[in-house]
Design a protein. Sequence first.
Length: 151
Amino acid sequence: MAEIFQIDPQDLADLVPDCYAEFRPVVADSLSFFLQHLSSSRLAEVFQAQADLPADARLLRRLVAFLHACPALHKIGQVVARNRHLDPELRRHLQELESVEPHTPIEQWWPMLARELAPAMEEYQIHASQHVLAEGSVAVVVPLTWADPHQ
C-alpha cells in the first residue's frame, strides 16, 4: 500500500491555516510519515471517512474527519483544541472531536468485551448492552448491569 500511497506534501501543508503557515513544513512531514506507516486496513478507514463526506466539505471539516479516524491524532486534536490562543475557527472545529458520535461497529468491540467479562459473567450476573453510550480515542463505553453475589 505504501508504494501506491502518494500525497503531495503541499496538499498536507494546506491543512494548516494561513495564520500558522510557519508550521506547514513540519505538519506536512509529520502527517506524511504517519500516513505512510498506517496499516492498509487503517488507511482504508481514513480514506473511507473522507469519501463519506460531501464533495463540497470544507477543509477544516475534512481535517476533523481525518483526525477522528486515527485515535492518536484524535487525542492530539482534542489536546490542541484546549489552547485558548488557537485560531478561533480552527479551535471550534477541533472541539468537535470532544463530542463525536460513536462509530466503532459492535463486531469490533463485542468479542473483546465478552472475552474479558466471561470469567465473571455468571457469578455476577453481568448483562452488557450492545448500545454504545460514548466512545473515546481508545475506549468504548457500554452500559451494563450486575449483581453482587455476596449481598
